[in-house]
Design a binder for this molecule. Structure first.
Ligand code: S3P
Length: 435
């Protein structure tokens, strides 16, 4: 994929509406596909990952029409639900592209369909661990073959799934969601007890579609055979995409960025807001008067630069900022210092993000120590810039760009086109914010 040259910036200033939330877009599309009746989704993510979910659903016989597209407000789509167990056997291999969310959550739904479906993905997805969903879905009654626990997966679903009580080894919203979606089709109550709380978009989305979900501390339960009702939905802006601008504003003197129509779900936004404040930034949060009609809180976030200080991110904070850790590492290259532990999951994301960050930031002149489960960025001296490899990983491409703004010279980011996985407009927005 293409390379991009990023020049240093003195500051960033402006207003941004981030693209539709990637996690929420996937869930609305998946639930709309198995609901009764029609759903419309406003502000669906423009990223390639969410297009992968729609492509897979079409391959399973779901009628999906794009009814509008706006570079700022996102995509509008209309989905004709096929009802529980209403998907059709695919005539060819499904392709989830780069999207782990698509593969893992769709596997939960396919587990309940009495046909065989194979699903693969790009080179990166083919390296990612799938035993975490294979084990519970097989316990529920599906049969899943894989390439030693990695994609491609062939899922032989069952009409008669059994409800389970499941405690995942890793905190993962994708695993929780896969099991709950299968549980929606099982006899009895399926319960997932998470080791640490993860994003709750599936629980909120199920509720919006009329399903009763019970939450008791870290346990989430759903009773099977509840039907979903199609409905209009509105996707908030993605706080994980907004995080790049929040960090850019925090990093550079005299900067201020306002993020509009952004998701404020506490399981997603509270982590990054807390950590930015701890590192010294001024962050104002203005919740909208009412949440989005689909049950996700939204609002405006304003971030202003203040002197940066050192911070630690503790293991129990990691699930709340798992996708923001690359850009938080970029923040520490501007000043301050950042220590992160308990983040071994970063090694099995779209790339091994710990090794890729360490390599990239070192090439740009940073001092960074790599640990099996985290990293330590010593923010003491200014980056020089240089040439870095985003390893085809969207969040790395964008994190390197935010670090590059503070360097003394330009930075060439190879594979920067990967940003389109979640934020196709990223590099043009970056140019518009340079003041
Ligand atoms: C996601 C959950 C997280 C996150 C990913 C999206 C989701 O992954 O990193 O980008 O939409 O549920 P895990 O569930 O693997 O932690």
């Amino acid at each position: 994929m293409s390379s991009v040259l990023v020049r240093p910036a003195a500051r960033v200033r402006g207003r941004v509406r981030p693209p539709g939330d990637k996690s929420i877009s996937h869930r609305y599309a998946l639930l709309a596909a198995i609901a009764d009746g029609v759903s419309t989704i406003h502000g669906y993510s423009t990223g390639a990952d969410c297009a992968s979910t729609l492509r897979c659903l079409r391959g399973l016989g779901v009628r999906i029409d794009e009814t509008g597209r706006d570079p700022v407000a996102g995509i509008d789509i209309r989905i004709e639900g096929r009802g529980l167990r209403g998907l059709m056997a695919p005539s060819s291999m499904l392709d989830a592209g780069n999207s782990g969310s698509t593969m893992r959550m769709l596997a939960g739904i396919l587990a309940a369909h009495p046909f065989s479906a194979s699903i693969t993905g790009d080179e990166s997805l083919q390296r990612r661990p799938m035993r975490r969903i294979i084990v519970p879905l097989e316990r529920m009654g599906a049969r899943i073959s894989s390439s030693d626990g990695r994609p491609p997966l062939t899922i032989e679903g069952s009409r008669e799934l059994t409800a389970i009580d499941f405690e995942p080894d890793v905190p993962s919203a994708q695993v929780k969601s896969a099991v709950l979606l299968a549980g929606l089709h099982a006899g009895g109550v399926t319960r997932v007890l998470e080791p640490l709380p993860t994003r709750d978009h599936t629980e909120r989305a199920l509720d919006a579609f009329g399903v009763t979900v019970t939450i008791d501390g870290r346990a989430v339960s759903v009773k099977g055979e509840q039907r979903l009702t199609g409905r209009p939905l509105d996707v908030p802006g993605d706080v994980s995409s907004a995080a790049f601008w929040m960090v850019a504003a925090a990093a550079m003197p005299d900067s201020e960025v306002t993020i509009e129509h952004v998701g404020l779900n506490p399981t997603r936004a509270a982590g990054i807001i807390d950590i930015l404040r701890r590192i010294g930034a001024e962050v104002d949060v203005i919740p909208a008067e009412s949440p989005s009609p689909s049950g996700e809180p939204i609002g405006t976030i304003v971030v202003r630069h203040r002197a940066l200080v050192s911070a630690d991110i503790a293991p129990e904070e990691v699930p709340g900022v798992i996708d923001e850790l690359p850009v938080l590492a970029a923040l520490a290259t501007h000043g301050g210092e950042l220590r992160v532990r308990g983040a071994q999951e970063l090694r099995v994301k779209e790339s091994d993000r710990i090794s890729a960050l360490a390599e990239g930031f070192r090439r740009m002149g940073a001092e960074i120590d790599e640990h099996p489960d985290g990293f330590h960025v010593h923010g003491a001296h200014r980056l020089t810039g240089g040439e870095v490899d985003a390893r085809n990983d969207h969040r790395l491409a964008m994190a390197f760009a935010i670090a590059a703004l503070g360097a003394s010279g330009p930075t060439t980011i190879h594979d920067a086109g990967a940003a389109a996985v979640s934020y196709p407009e990223f590099f043009s927005v970056l140019e518009s914010l340079r003041a």
